[in-house]
Design a protein around this ligand. Structure first.
Ligand code: AMP
Length: 192
């Protein structure tokens, strides 16, 4: 199976590139942000709790997102592989994901990290906020909080995969096609 963690700060282009990747490789896209927004629009108790944190730019508790991913893996048992987008965001989540996949005799093929500088990220998020209507993209203070969460809790997840020799950095600036081409090169190496 091809299991890719697409990594990067908010606004790096993970969602856009995920959509291209699932088409090319016939994978299932698992975005914890999308799943949480689905819970919010369905008005579920989980969604209502998560919304309070998401609106402040804070991470949702590990056990909540790990449970969601575990359910999705079970629901897609016949999948050819997964693109994990926005997950894992903490080392505890990365460890839990390894355990879940190991229990299915599977594992992460590689982490692909999209690298974009902070100024460009702020610009992209404010533009995305206008188009997507996502409240957490529209307020510069919330964006700052999300970037702070990324720096304090999520950035270390790269080291976790680096220590497993599964870390690949890709420049996240340029045209969508160019960036996609560079991601595909990494995947071709992984699947050789
Ligand atoms: P995203 O769409 O990936 O930018 O996620 C939007 C928001 O959902 C984040 O700012 C968090 O509040 C929450 N969220 C998404 N994925 C996770 C995760 N893996 N762990 C904790 N919180 C998450």
């Amino acid at each position: 199976m091809l299991n890719i963690v697409l990594f990067g700060p908010p606004g790096a282009g993970k969602g856009t590139q995920s959509h291209h990747l699932i088409q090319k490789y016939n994978l299932v896209h698992l975005s914890t942000g999308d799943i949480l927004r689905g819970e919010i629009s369905n008005g579920t108790p989980l969604g209502l709790e998560a919304k309070k944190l998401m609106d402040q730019g804070l991470l949702v508790p590990d056990e909540v997102v790990i449970g969601m991913i575990s359910n999705k893996l079970d629901q897609n048992a016949a999948a050819k592989g997964f693109i994990f987008d926005g997950f894992p965001r903490t080392v505890a989540q990365a460890e839990a994901l390894d355990q879940l996949l190991t229990s299915k005799n599977d594992g992460i093929s590689g982490m692909i990290a999209l690298e974009v500088d902070e100024e460009e990220l702020q610009k992209r998020l404010l533009i995305r906020g206008k188009d997507s209507g996502r409240p957490d993209d529209q307020n510069p203070e919330i964006i700052k909080k999300r970037v702070a969460e990324y720096t304090s809790k999520t950035a270390q997840v790269a080291n976790y995969y680096q220590s497993q020799h599964k870390f690949y950095a890709v420049k996240g600036v340029g045209s969508i096609d160019e960036i996609f081409g560079n991601i595909v090169k990494v995947i071709e190496e992984l699947t050789k």
